[in-house]
Design a protein around this ligand. Structure first.
Ligand SMILES: Cc1ncc(COP(=O)(O)O)c(C=O)c1O
Length: 393
């Protein structure tokens, strides 16, 4: 067989303003280039401790059990469900977005009996509906998506949801993939039992090591499982050997991803987590003002707007796929279309981490506006830029 004649790697220059990955900070890329050490080298064990401390700061938690899971956000998600859910357990999951559906699949694979809280895509869960579902089904686990990337909806009233779940005897799993490091998230104050996230959204880090935190109570419940978790790789009882006091081999940690995550989290700590939340609100707020002034309509109501992911309706008669393709190929800007029933009906514009900067907002508004106009939509690009500039001022 002839050896493939593969050219040198030259990824195109892109501005990543989609639902993730987001643009990575140059310091994170440099950290990723550092020479490898072994995953049991004392120098790496010290790095692991540092990453755990930085993750606790970012999650706003004192949870001892706070680690990066090897793999993308779905790996941390699967770690949560595979360990918390035992065969026969009832699991209450949301139906207001794409990632609630993924929770459903993962809970079923873990042997859970899934029940749903109904809510339309584009709206958060109504606490009263959650209460009714908790009382009707008495689940062992209640899971919800804090920041729904498919619809740009931020779940309000998190403390109310956790306290009603706890009263009903359920542990709470929260998906914070698109909120950690960008949108207010208080793991301890909101009494969340298990929270997972991803690296490639508001942390602006390449995907591959995904934050997970759980309380001692959740860990105890995992320790008392009737049968082992159905995943060997993600079994928290086994991972305890590596991330706990023993520091013994379970699997080879993705060293370069851990370096990258450490640097990304150092950037969070330098900026300050609350300042980072404020920046996302301010800069993404300017994007929202610009989109609205352009004549577009946001999918989510202001009361549950998610700064890190702005879902905006596609104007009548416009082919969404053509617009996102033209933005990418003619202007080097990545934004996304909708998923599921929202395919062709919304654009999803991320404003995450390092990409969440004023210049990027002005650039995407000008470019999206120009492309929409040339596709026949009656949008006011000048008004969009003026509104965004005013909001940023
Ligand atoms: C809310 C949410 N949950 C889970 C995931 C899964 O993460 P990953 O694609 O990194 O596996 C995503 C990814 O977009 C997400 O947005």
């Amino acid at each position: 067989m002839l050896a493939p004649q593969t050219p040198a790697l030259e990824p195109p220059d892109r501005l990543l303003l989609g639902p993730g990955p987001s643009d990575v900070h140059p310091r994170v890329l440099r950290a990723m280039n550092s020479p490898l050490v072994g995953h049991l080298d004392p120098a790496f064990l010290a790095i692991m401790n540092e990453v755990q401390d930085l993750l606790r700061y970012t999650f706003r938690t004192g949870n001892r059990w706070t680690i990066p899971v090897s793999g993308t956000g779905s790996a941390a998600m699967e770690a949560a469900f595979a360990n918390l859910v035992e065969p026969g357990d009832r699991v209450l999951v949301p139906s207001n977005g794409y990632f609630g559906d993924r929770m459903d699949s993962m809970a079923r694979r873990a042997g859970g009996e899934v029940v749903r809280v109904a809510a339309p895509w584009g709206r958060p869960l109504d606490p009263e509906d959650v209460r009714t579902a908790l009382e009707a089904h008495r689940p062992a686990v209640f899971a919800f998506v804090h920041a729904e990337t498919s619809t740009g909806v931020l779940q309000p009233d998190v403390s109310a949801l956790t306290s009603m779940a706890h009263e009903a005897g359920a542990l709470v799993i929260a998906d914070a993939v698109t909120s950690l490091g960008g949108v207010e998230l208080e793991v301890d104050a909101w009494k969340l039992d298990v929270v997972y996230s991803g690296a490639q959204k508001c942390l602006s880090c390449p995907p591959g090591a995904s934050p997970l935190t759980l309380t001692d109570g959740a860990f105890e419940r995992i320790r008392r499982r009737r049968e082992p978790a159905r995943s060997w790789y993600l079994d928290i009882g086994l991972l305890e050997g590596y991330w706990g006091n023993e520091r013994s081999y379970h699997h080879t940690a993705p060293i370069s991803n851990i370096y990258a995550l450490r640097e990304a989290l150092r950037l969070v700590a330098e900026e300050g987590i609350e300042e980072r939340w404020r920046r996302h609100r301010r800069v993404a707020g300017a994007l929202k003002s610009g989109l609205t002034a352009m004549g577009l309509v946001m999918l989510a109501d202001d009361a549950w707007w998610l700064p890190s992911l702005n879902a905006v309706r596609v104007p009548e008669g416009v082919d969404a796929k053509r617009v996102t393709t033209r933005l990418l190929t003619e202007h080097g800007i990545e934004i996304a279309g909708g998923l599921g029933d929202l395919t062709g009906r919304i654009f999803r514009i991320g404003c995450m981490g390092h990409a969440c900067r004023p210049g990027n907002v002005l650039r995407v508004l000008a470019t999206l506006g120009a492309v929409l106009r040339s596709e026949g939509a009656a949008v006011d690009v000048a008004a969009a830029l003026a509104a965004a500039a005013k909001a940023l001022d």
